[in-house]
Design a protein around this ligand. Structure first.
Ligand code: NAD
Ligand code: DAU
Length: 339
């Protein structure tokens, strides 16, 4: 299917985070005619190094808050699209302190939508499969675009709220928007608070990995580069007002993923600690991405999870200077929570 929208000058919010920065690299590498303005507050999760080395005539970083309406008035005019990744993204943090999630994820989305309304730019909203709540472990069903919203955590409820704002603003004000809801991403540059990098860096440090609850919870893993190609596909070919689910048939339970990491790093399969469960812990996520694949022709390129995981482990081994500064504070937070 041909691209129906050809962006030339886009804003990527959260472009110094894990997934947003991958998208910036993707656009710079694959679409030479596009200029990217990254709008990022550089919270604990944002890191300028994630976009270092990209050509200065292609990528500009504006350090600022998506909740700052005056800043948006200054930078949005002249752009033809906003791709919105910026968020507070970690469930455990949202349980400890929900307030920043309300502000960035809900108010931040509201401010962006108001700017989109004022300046008539195309808007793509990056969201999560967690808005659909969870599935039972033995349920053959997967999430589709028709699944009712049933978020469980403070994080996922703020993402669900932000999706609803996008839909309401689209219907009421006729904005040109799309939404994507993606499953769990993995790959380089992911913060050490998240499951896979936390366990890899613990093992590097000689610390036993930590598994929540029974370890049976299932996540549907997708390589972050596949997420980026899917978002570009939706931005350029998606139908206005539509939602597309992004996933790559990567369901695995946590204990399986942890044992793969242990084995790949030369440890015994039981070399980890069971720790207390996350309150309200979602059991299983699973994405049916038929609509994206059949309507827009998207396909994931990273279909070998073991290979992707092995490369991710190598990346963390080779890039200790990138993750080391965040490690001690992250583990101190977990320790205080008994995890
Ligand atoms: P991340 O925590 O790694 O990065 C978030 C980025 O947003 C950081 O660079 C941070 O500095 C920036 N940011 C935070 N608050 C801001 C604000 N008020 N103004 C401007 N910038 C701000 O997150 P991630 O894992 O890369 O997730 C990115 C997006 O993708 C989020 O919207 C998340 O909900 C969504 N998502 C994530 C996953 C996943 O597996 N990580 C899966 C599906 C969807
Ligand atoms: O599904 C998409 C979502 O995936 C995104 O919207 C979120 O932004 C992203 O953080 C991720 O959420 P999860 O809560 O699934 O990811 P996390 O990496 O925190 O945890 C993955 C699973 O591993 C989850 O079942 C909890 C478990 N876990 C996590 C940590 C940090 C452990 O067992 N031990 C740990 O130390």
């Amino acid at each position: 299917m041909a691209e129906t929208f050809e962006p030339k000058n886009i804003i990527v919010t959260g472009g110094c985070g894990f997934i947003g920065s991958n998208f910036v690299h993707y656009v710079v590498n694959k679409h030479p005619g596009v200029h990217v303005t990254v709008l990022d507050k550089l919270t604990y999760a944002g890191n300028e190094e994630n976009i270092a080395g990209l050509p200065e005539d292609r990528v500009e970083l504006v350090v600022g808050d998506i909740c700052d309406a005056e800043l948006l008035d200054r930078i949005v005019p002249g752009h033809d699209a906003i791709v919105h990744y910026a968020a507070e993204s970690h469930n455990d943090n949202s349980i400890a302190d929900p307030e920043p999630f309300l502000r960035t994820n809900v108010e931040g989305t509201f401010r962006l939508l108001e700017a989109v309304r004022k300046y008539g730019v195309r808007y793509h909203h990056v969201s999560t499969d967690e808005v659909y709540g969870d599935l039972a472990l033995d349920d053959p069903a997967r999430f589709t675009e028709e699944t009712p919203y049933r978020p469980s955590s403070p994080y996922s409820s703020t993402k669900a709220a932000s999706d609803m704002l996008v839909r309401a603003w689209t219907r009421t004000y006729g904005l040109r928007t799309t939404i994507s809801n993606c499953s769990n991403n993995y790959g380089p540059y992911q913060h050490v608070e998240k499951f896979i990098p936390r366990q890899i860096t613990n093992i590097i440090d000689g610390v036993r990995p930590k598994l929540y609850g029974t370890g049976e919870n299932v996540r549907d893993w997708i390589h972050t580069e596949d997420h980026s190609s899917a978002v570009w596909t939706i931005l350029t070919k998606g139908r206005m007002g539509e939602t597309y689910l992004i996933g790559a048939d990567g369901e695995r339970n946590n204990i399986t993923v942890l044992r793969m990491i242990l084995e790949m790093m030369g440890k015994s399969p039981d070399d980890f600690d069971w720790v207390k469960d996350r309150p309200g812990h979602d059991r299983r996520y699973a994405i049916d991405s038929t609509k994206l694949q059949t309507e827009l022709g998207w396909r994931p390129a990273h279909n070998d999870f073991a290979e992707g995981l092995r490369k991710t482990i190598e990346w963390y081994k080779a890039n200790e200077s990138w993750w080391r500064p965040a490690k001690a504070a992250t583990e101190a937070r977990y320790k205080a929570q008994g995890q």
